[in-house]
Design a binder for this molecule. Sequence first.
Ligand code: HAM
Length: 420
Amino acid sequence: MNFKVPRGTQDILPDVSWKWQRVEKIARSICDVYNYKEIRTPIFEQTELFQRTVGDTTDIVQKEMYTFTDRGDRSMTLRPEGTAPVVRSFVEHKMFGYADQPVKLYYTGPMFRYERQQAGRYRQFVQFGVEAIGSDDPAIDAEVIELAMNIYKKTGLSDIKLVLNSLGDKESRDAHREALIAHFSPNIGEFCSDCQNRLEKNPLRILDCKVDREHPLMKTAPSLADYLNEESSAYFEKVKNYLDIAGIEYEYDPNLVRGLDYYNHTAFEIMSTSKGFGAITTLCGGGRYNGLAEEIGGPPAPGIGFALSIERLLLALEAEEKSFTDEPSLDVYIVTLGDAAREKGFEILGKLRENGLRSEMDYMDRKMKAQMKSADRLKAHHVIVIGEDEVNENVVQLKSMADGEQKKVTVDELIGELEK
Ligand code: HAM
């Protein structure tokens, strides 16, 4: 029997998992600074939640969801994204009643989409996302975008750009929708069957079809920009003004439509511009979703948020040939020679760990030279050597790996000496 990790998923092995931890730590600490609190929701939800919010005509709902019937005959879906579950929780727990609005939340965890596997596209991937729910102040749009940009900056990424668009309000979108129908209708027979279905239901989705993206009518399709009403344009201007105040550069892209139905007004993506990066350059996507809370039975609670994939962030770091400088290391490695020394070493190891010093010793009965090599590989700052003489005298040899200096210290002095 030869088992393999399922297609589109990956094992995060110990030589890489520390990088994941660094990213999560950075993202969490930035959320903390911006006063966002963590929320944890289940990994599966009622299927209908995603159908209603992400949208029936989207690729995610039509082709990519991991949907199953549970033993109680209910249709459940492994979450393909985090916004709908978070807004569901916001409504269910009446967070709209919290004294402090907007409610600012962040989350991280696996998401599931049955997609064609390629570099940077997985069937299980980990998002880090934030949602600010309860305010339609354009300043919060800028705050959310700034927060996302700061996560990338803090990890050391520099080859990134922010792409921005406005999808407008309902009135603007309805006007645009009519224009799209008029544009595509005469030639809809040349498009895939999904697009033919989308024409009446949701023609905007035709624009992000992966099958028909090269069709000439795509390029000449009416732009949402020409259908934004005065209110929507004014809102967009204010968001851009706040981004200017924050010193954040952006590129305006009127064709940025996003692949989920709940968006309106501000929509944005952060892309890698690194030459080493593969074909899929979107690192992060987000936008405003006024009306989503009402869609699932809550009161009006305008919101905005984003989600980034940790996989793609790490790929972008690799493409820029950057890495975290604080690789895992040890404070102390204990080298022992002989049985009595091993016992002494084991006792000391416990004490070191009790004092919070990251420490290790040899459990493979290896020669001194091999133990020293381990200490090197594990990037130990200090090595303690214990032989028969040291056991008899109740001392250890303490060696600093930085300067090679070695001295004899008593076991009682050891912790104090190391903490220096
Ligand atoms: P999304 O654009 O579908 O938006 O996904 C956000 C990010 O998740 C993408 O930019 C990408 O980095 C990552 N991602 C998506 N699919 C995959 C995949 N198959 N493999 C690896 N990474 C992937 C959302 O999910 C929204 N919920 C974002 C949001 C939050 N909008 C408002 N609040």
